[in-house]
Design a protein. Structure first.
Ligand SMILES: [Zn+2]
Length: 405
């Protein structure tokens, strides 16, 4: 009897140990899918060789930082998680959203981020930055988080993440997120091929390498590292910029948001369909191949549906063009993202750890599928319908770690 109990207990304990996986999700903002080869990132390359690397991570439209970070942690298209661009207007609320406004008013977010899902099911979450992770969504924040108002040094983020993973079991988070912005910042200023981006890539690569090493040396729990980026980067040219002040827009009828790679025109309540149509044809007539007007069909393909945050008229363009309100002498060449999906807009996806198979590269996939993958690794049940599909990344999980029957 004792022997039976001992064996059973051992079996249960080892099963539990297997089930209790930890997930660390780190985003390197603006890290294009090919930067590992282009700029040299030996540490990230080594981690990829121990797990899985995707040929690219397809961003949601628009390929901007906030919509994509939220899609990664919610499994939803922007129209469904609420953060449809870095800056946008809501015709019902009659308010403008700008990056991070969810912290003051979390009703901007209309879904359940992975840290909410975890905390609701008794799994602690910790975020050393992730867009909107400080927001009290559905009445909860992660157990541990930091305000982005005074961004901390990158080394401090690594140290803190390691420290969280070494906490005693009752207070230790099993979901940890990290975020680095330097690669994106340099990409905007100097373009994706620049020496400055190379330097930033090498800086972050060193930090990630150190983090991975310390997980192996100092941390007892099984940690699965998921490295992602929100989007890629492409060159834009000062002489190809489109001056938005030349658009014949009546400000008493329309609210506008210049999102650099697209230009959004929202109709006011009193604005008639005829006035919208007139403006659309005027803008069409003066486009001259520099920009295009999104159609209902193109928007549907981009996952955009009608709603108070969807503009009545959306102008799009292609690199090296972009929309600007700057005077000619203030325009600079540089890098941008936010365009329709293309290889240049693809981000990074790498996963490695005890629950992840060692596998050759996998094909590119949309970032909305990462949420159900993380939920499965953590043993969390989805609580709301999502746009992502758990089947896409399910083959990456070693069979003994799946929670499905
Ligand atoms: Zn950016």
């Amino acid at each position: 009897m004792m022997r039976f109990l001992a064996v059973t207990t051992f079996f249960l304990l080892s099963f539990q140990a297997q089930a209790e996986q930890t997930v660390v999700l780190i985003s390197i903002d603006g890290f294009r899918h090919d930067y590992i080869e282009l700029h040299g990132a030996p540490n990230i390359e080594r981690i990829a060789s121990q797990g899985v690397r995707s040929e690219g991570l397809i961003p949601v439209y628009p390929s901007k930082t906030f919509p994509n970070h939220l899609s990664i942690v919610t499994g939803q298209y922007p129209v469904n998680h609420g953060i449809v661009d870095n800056n946008f207007y809501d015709t019902e609320r009659k308010q403008r959203y700008k990056m991070g406004d969810g912290v003051k008013d979390s009703t901007w977010l209309t879904t359940l981020p992975i840290w909410n899902l975890a905390e609701f099911q008794g799994v602690k979450a910790a975020t050393f930055f992730w867009p909107e992770s400080e927001a009290r969504i559905n009445g909860r924040t992660p157990s541990y988080y930091f305000n982005y108002s005074t961004p901390a040094p990158n080394q401090q983020r690594i140290d803190q993440m390691v420290q969280w993973l070494k906490l005693p079991e009752p207070v230790r988070p099993r979901l940890v997120t990290g975020y680095f912005s330097i690669v994106d910042t340099m990409g905007h200023r100097f373009g994706p091929d620049s020496h400055q981006v190379e330097k930033a890539v090498k800086h972050v690569d060193k930090l990630i390498g150190e983090f991975w090493q310390r997980i192996q040396n100092e941390v007892d729990v099984p940690v699965n590292l998921i490295l992602v980026s929100d989007h890629g980067m492409v060159d834009i040219k000062a002489d190809a910029m489109i001056d938005v002040s030349t658009f014949p827009i009546d400000e008493s009828l329309f609210e506008t948001v210049n999102a650099q790679t697209r230009f959004m025109i929202y109709a006011n309540e009193e604005t008639t369909q005829q006035q919208i149509d007139d403006l659309r044809s005027q803008l069409g007539a003066m486009a001259d191949g520099r920009y295009f007007i999104e159609t209902e069909t193109s928007l549907t393909q981009l996952g955009v549906t009608d709603g108070p945050r969807t503009a009545a008229i959306i102008l799009g363009t292609q690199a090296p063009a972009s929309f600007t309100s700057r005077a000619v002498e203030q325009r600079r060449d540089g890098g941008a993202h936010g365009f329709h999906s293309s290889r240049d807009m693809d981000g990074l996806f790498i996963a490695a750890g005890p629950a992840i198979k060692h596998q050759a590269n996998i094909s590119r996939f949309s970032n909305i599928h990462i949420y159900p993958f993380m939920a499965e690794l953590l043993g969390l049940k989805l609580m709301t319908p999502i746009d992502g599909d758990g089947e896409v990344l399910a083959p990456l999980i070693s069979s003994q770690f799946t929670h499905k029957n």
